[in-house]
Design a protein around this ligand. Structure first.
Ligand code: AHG
Ligand code: MN
Ligand code: MN
Length: 328
């Protein structure tokens, strides 16, 4: 008996919020539809001249890949037509996209990285989409930014799609982490990983070693511990350069992923709202941890929709080993 994302969300809603009107599952269907459109383009990137740069740069000053633009347009379109959406925030849009909806209908704020790891598209390496969902604050009269600048602990749901050897949709609504695999024969995401749990420790650490000479303390000491077996086990280094793919491996196999501060990025490179927050919510819901090196990611109070943060996430044992060094 197959369980699709929609059925699962509806079941979750029914058990968690009896009498819910299915607005949330209708909202999620906007994301699953957009990611099916995105994956269809990705699978044919080389054939459709959608690979390569679109010529523009985004707010981050990064070259926009054509698929960045397509993925962003797909999500803004599919979510914009759902009247439950009040505000959209995207890595690719400098300002939030707001919809003039009454507070009782426009209840949700959706924040996303439409295409993560896009520099890997041309070399056929896994990429992803990441999303984070908040309720619009009661005092919704404030500027759209206010609705988006909430602490990660207030997320009502978060997830990602990894366009890898298979296309997987992974999400949490605060009641565990669930994985769905796209079945191309029926065009539906089908439940394949019920109650995903991150192992208590792993055998992989994941960091861009090219930056290793620029990390502040205690990162060098921590990495030396991992390499020297000081934690009581051998580690192998795995770094794909697509956050979603590196995170997905960490979620399933355990270990640790780090994007520390570097000389060029004093606050790290990854963005709090649409990379660190959603993945931190999933990591914690699966029994793992996520910090900025000092503070729990979900406790950080955002001040800007594109702000960056150092990001460490992974299994309890590896994260506690870092904390012992950081909080000495
Ligand atoms: P995006 O493609 O959304 O800009 O994200 C790219 C990020 C993330 O996917 C990955 O972990 C990181 O860039 C890799 O950065 P480095 O190449 O500096 O290691
Ligand atoms: Mn990204
Ligand atoms: Mn991106």
């Amino acid at each position: 008996m197959i369980v699709t994302v929609q059925q699962h969300i509806a079941q979750q809603q029914e058990s968690l919020y009896p009498g819910a009107r299915g607005t949330f599952s209708w909202l999620l269907s906007g994301i699953t539809l957009a990611t099916k459109m995105i994956q269809a383009r990705i699978r044919r990137a080389g054939l459709l001249d959608v690979a390569g740069s679109a010529g523009g740069t985004n707010v981050q000053g990064e070259t926009q890949q054509k698929l960045d633009v397509y993925a962003n347009e797909a999500l803004v379109h599919c979510l914009g037509v759902r009247d439950a959406v009040a505000v959209l925030v995207s890595e690719e849009n400098e300002e939030p996209v707001t919809f003039d909806r009454a507070p009782e209908t426009g209840k949700y704020v959706v924040i996303f990285d439409p295409l993560d790891g896009s520099s890997n598209i041309d070399v056929n390496v896994s990429v992803g989409t990441i999303f984070s969902i908040f309720l619009r604050p009661e005092a919704s009269g404030g500027p759209p930014h206010a609705a988006a600048l909430q602490q990660g602990s207030r997320q009502v749901a978060a997830g990602y799609v990894v366009y890898g050897s298979s296309t997987m949709f992974v999400y949490t609504a605060g009641n565990g982490v669930f994985g769905f695999t796209l079945d191309p024969n029926i065009g539906a995401f089908v439940l394949s990983h019920e109650h995903l749990r991150m192992p208590d420790y792993g055998h992989y650490y994941s960091v861009n070693e090219a930056n290793a000479g620029k990390f502040p303390a205690p990162y060098p000491e921590y990495l030396a511990q991992l390499r020297d077996g000081a934690l009581g086990r051998e580690y192998s280094s795995r770094y794909i350069g697509s956050l979603v793919a590196d995170f997905h491996r960490t979620l399933l196999k355990g270990g640790v992923f780090l994007y520390p501060p570097t000389r060029t990025h004093a606050q790290g490179k990854l963005r709090l709202l649409y990379e660190a927050n959603p993945l931190a919510f999933i990591a914690e819901q699966a029994g793992g941890l996520a910090t900025d090196g000092q503070t729990r990611i979900l406790d950080l109070q955002p001040t800007g929709i594109h702000q960056r943060t150092p990001f460490l996430t992974g299994s309890r044992q590896e994260m506690e080993a870092f904390a012992r060094l950081a909080l000495r």
